[in-house]
Design a protein around this ligand. Structure first.
Ligand code: GLN
Length: 578
């Protein structure tokens, strides 16, 4: 441990009480957004107390989608929430797990770096946690640190301890502690209960932390009786209890906080004044289009994880849902996601006609062979019936397979991920990837993180990116994030192109190989797919251009078909999604 250091960063530490999953991530992101809006250089850090090194090997149905950072990290999806709110790339080093801490310390011990010392929880583990937090916060005026899990878990105790240590090191005036808690209303009592919150406050105090702010999550707003009870229990300034009742959209939360002057209160806690006037008008307008849309488009999502129930499924495609929602707000329409199990089209081929009731269809990313023929049938159907389509990663690869089979007449065309022995592997493992597969463990064989693509002048894709101010016009490049192992086989590219498939963007590898990144069809309402995951670069106030293109096409299709929407149903589905 070190002597007191000079520090210019203010830390907001967000921990959770009572139960997990009540919106700590959104609270953290909203706090970050408020500071950004006041002009502060802000970053957000997520601590995950699990032993996994990162989220790369976590099952999406259990932990939600794996988020990919620009620098290729496979991370907990909370970092996605952060990016969507504060519109900044957050690097992998901002996700700290117990696994990383212990691995680093043990590796160091094996290398003899501790010179014979007994390596212990205090100081070695604590030092490593503190160093990582400081490194992620370096150069920022504000760092909001979210501690995963719930206060009282064995797992997050080391992190609370390390933050307390940092606080002593850097000075208490640089720290604000926010406790996000939950106030249940048990059905049989019909009254909002504060007891679990009182216990969470006590548990936190056992770590030497007295919350400066308490965010009270609940179904409805906090009333004065509950407010008073919490004030008395926490010895907290009554103004610093923030009510956070359920909202229709997570993007309402910063506005809800602002109404209670949460941002200003945090600033005055740190003795700071705004560096610029906050302007929430654009954010407010976008929220309005999500919460009270005049029109709603129906987007069919052809998924795979449906077996685990709707909630897991929506979480597995969380970023895609948000990207659609962002695009909807931009196009001034609500988006209703219709969950469709790809396997249904395999078991009941006639049911495919239900795609006609969708204004557009998304085939998102995925792995393995489950539901693949169903997805291919869906792509065939939307291609032939002029239904707007966006294919993401696996969706892009399957669009290539479908085109090769249906249009080029290569009936056994496939991806080797599903059929390793196909004579026509239109989607394959390229030599470089093959070496990695042979040589290394599973995680190391993917193309991960941001890659540039050179776009074809005049293509649908280039036009969309240009309009969205994301195209570098000097060299016609755009950047998107990747997470996949297979690629379009270069051997088939010219054949597919001759048959009318337009590859509208490619990435050039060091060895000169061109990796196909985008495809599109002319003479179609909207048929676009990408090897990348553009959903990882869609921000609430700056949606991704491909999703805007899809939603615009969906709106046009709906105008032609004049489909009537049911506002009640839409709101219900929206709550379920979030
Ligand atoms: N399974 C495919 C691959 O690994 C696609 C991955 C994805 O959709 N993220 O290449």
């Amino acid at each position: 441990m070190h002597a007191k250091e000079k520090n210019n960063t203010r830390f907001v530490v967000v921990s959770g009480g009572v139960i997990s999953g009540v919106g700590k991530g959104v609270t953290t992101a909203s706090i970050g957004k408020m500071f950004k809006e006041y002009g502060f250089k802000t970053t957000l850090i997520k601590i995950d107390p699990y032993i996994n090194y990162d989220a790369g090997t976590l099952r999406p149905t259990e932990h939600g989608e794996v988020w990919v950072t620009e620098d290729g990290g496979e991370i907990d999806q909370d970092l996605g929430t952060y990016e969507r709110f504060i519109d900044a790339d957050i690097p992998r080093l901002n996700n700290i797990t117990t696994g990383q801490i212990y691995k680093t310390v043990i590796d160091r011990e094996r290398n003899g770096e501790y010179l014979g010392q007994t390596v212990q929880f205090i100081p070695h583990i604590i030092d490593e946690v503190a160093e990582r937090i400081k490194k992620a916060a370096e150069g920022y005026e504000i760092a909001v640190v979210e501690i995963g899990g719930t206060v009282g878990d064995y797992e997050n105790a080391p992190f609370l301890y390390a933050l307390k240590f940092l606080e002593r090191d850097l000075g208490a005036r640089s720290f604000a502690h926010v406790l996000v808690t939950y106030l249940p209303v048990p059905n049989h009592i019909g009254e909002m209960k504060t007891k679990p919150t009182q216990q969470a406050i006590r548990l936190l105090s056992e770590h030497g932390v007295v919350p400066d702010f308490i965010v009270c999550r609940s179904e409805s707003a906090l009333d004065s009786v509950r407010h008073k009870k919490i004030v008395e229990c926490a010895h907290i300034n009554p103004d610093n209890i923030i009510s956070a009742p359920n909202a229709h959209s997570v993007y309402e939360i910063p506005l809800m906080f602002q109404e209670q002057r949460f941002g200003e209160k945090l600033l005055s806690h740190f003795d700071l004044s705004p560096l610029k006037n906050a302007d929430w008008s654009d954010w407010q307008e976008r929220v309005h289009h999500i919460v009270s849309p005049q029109k709603v488009v129906r987007i069919g999502m052809i998924g795979k994880y449906i077996d685990s129930g709707n909630y897991s499924l929506t979480d597995s495609y969380l970023s895609v849902c948000h990207a659609l929602m962002h695009a909807g707000a931009e196009c001034k329409v609500g988006v209703e996601v219709v969950w469709i199990d790809a396997k249904k089209f395999e078991q009941e081929p006639d049911s495919i006609a239900m795609l006609n009731t969708c204004d557009a269809v998304v085939v998102p990313g995925g792995f393995g062979s489950q539901g693949i023929e169903g997805k291919i049938s869906a792509i065939s159907y939307v291609r032939a019936n002029n239904i707007p389509f966006l294919g993401l990663c696996y969706g892009f690869q399957l669009a290539v397979v479908e085109y090769a089979r249906s249009v080029c007449g290569i009936s056994d065309a496939h991806t080797i991920e599903v059929d390793a022995d196909t004579l026509n592997p239109v989607i394959t493992v390229l030599p470089l990837q093959k070496d990695l597969l042979n040589a290394s463990a599973y995680g190391g064989t993917m193309r991960l993180g941001g890659y540039a693509a050179t776009l074809k002048e005049g293509s649908v894709v280039a036009t969309l990116y240009d309009r969205g101010n994301r195209l570098d016009r000097t060299n016609m490049t755009v950047w998107e994030r990747h997470r996949h192992r297979y690629e379009v086989n270069p051997f088939y590219v010219s054949l597919l192109e001759k048959a009318g498939l337009v590859f509208s963007g490619f990435n050039e590898r060091e060895d000169g190989t061109q990796l196909m990144e985008f495809l599109e069809l002319q003479e179609h309402a909207f048929f676009v797919a990408t090897q990348a995951h553009p959903e990882f670069k869609s921000r609430f106030a700056r949606p991704n251009p491909l999703f805007i293109g899809l939603v615009q096409a969906a709106r046009e299709r709906q105008q032609q078909a004049s489909i009537v929407y049911n506002a009640q149903l839409y709101k219900a589905s929206m709550v379920a999604q979030l």
